[in-house]
Ligand binder design. Structure first.
Ligand SMILES: [Zn+2]
Length: 97
């Protein structure tokens, strides 16, 4: 089971958390001015990285706070976590083919 370090509570098991998708996804400033296709891309398309990935998690059965995690999606190794608005930890980013 994945062990996730909540930046507020410390490391806990995966079943206390809920996945929130890709981190650092920027919402269009003026949604009324983008095309339906661009809006659909924003809402439904996410990167499908095989390697280092920045993702959002919420500590559902803990502090209930959102934060970001850096995880290798191939090995499931968690490289760290950080609060919303903070800089991500420096990691040796990997992408597998
Ligand atoms: Zn927490």
């Amino acid at each position: 089971m994945l062990r996730i370090p909540c930046p507020y509570c410390g490391e806990r098991t995966e079943n206390e958390f809920s996945y929130g998708g890709e981190a650092h996804k920027v919402r269009p400033e003026r949604p009324e001015e983008v095309s339906d296709a661009q809006w659909a891309d924003y809402l439904f398309l996410q990167k499908n990285t095989k390697g280092t990935f920045y993702e959002r998690w919420v500590h559902t059965y803990g502090c209930r706070r959102w934060f970001n995690v850096v995880r290798d999606t191939l090995t499931n190794e968690v490289h760290g976590s950080y609060k919303m608005g903070e800089e991500p930890p420096k990691v040796d980013e990997k992408t597998y083919v």
